[in-house]
Design a protein around this ligand. Structure first.
Ligand SMILES: [Zn+2]
Length: 206
């Protein structure tokens, strides 16, 4: 996203998306606060923009493509992984067995106890609530962004390249991307990848 003077800004991406998204009912103060804190993240802006669109259910999942007449046959609308449930954003990113396993392992990796809520917004809140410091909260929420991004990439690899990624591959990708983004953008003290994998909380707080 470019400003008139050609400079990139996350704020400009946020404003552009706001203009593009059809305004829904007025958000409660709680939801508005959460929505704006989604942008307060060291994740790359394209990743944040993706999470934002996901929260508004504007991602081209198969149920959305069916709704918009891009695909016509209900049988084409099944989840790529379980081939049972319709591919909705909630199913694909939260409740499918693949997504479930990914989140479960990520919670374990971060050392947090979270009962999987029914929506992304609440999950984002949970990631903030289980963090004991401001920096940790930012780091955990960075992981929240990277999980959504990694699940979408894995889904697209399966749909477009017939490339199967198992939950363990998605989890590995989350660990790698969140490590890189934390070093580059969260400005944590330099740590090696194995240290990040071993104790992400200590790396973020150091
Ligand atoms: Zn599924």
């Amino acid at each position: 996203m470019l400003l008139r003077r050609g400079c990139f800004s996350v704020k400009s991406a946020y404003d552009a998306l706001l203009r593009e998204i059809v305004p829904g009912p007025l958000l409660s103060p709680r939801k508005s606060k959460i929505f704006s804190s989604i942008w307060d993240s060291p994740a790359p802006s394209k990743v944040i923009a993706f999470s934002w669109q996901l929260l508004h259910d504007r991602v081209p999942t198969k149920d959305n493509l069916l709704l918009r007449g891009v695909i016509h046959d209900n049988s084409e609308g099944k989840c790529v992984w379980c081939d049972v449930s319709p591919e909705s954003s909630r199913h694909l990113f939260l409740h499918c067995k693949v997504a479930h396993e990914v989140w479960y392992e990520i919670f374990k990796w971060l050392g947090v106890v979270i009962v999987m809520p029914s929506n992304f917004l609440h999950l984002f809140e949970c990631f903030g609530e289980v963090a004991s410091t401001k920096k940790l909260r930012k780091g955990f929420r960075l992981v929240w962004h990277s999980v959504l991004w990694a699940i979408w990439r894995a889904r697209n690899n399966k749909v477009f390249n017939n490339m199967e990624m198992k939950p363990i591959d998605i989890i590995e990708e989350v660990k790698v991307t969140s490590w890189k983004w934390s070093l580059e953008r969260l400005k944590i003290s330099p740590c090696l990848f194995y240290e990040w994998v071993w104790e992400p909380g200590i790396c973020i707080n150091s």
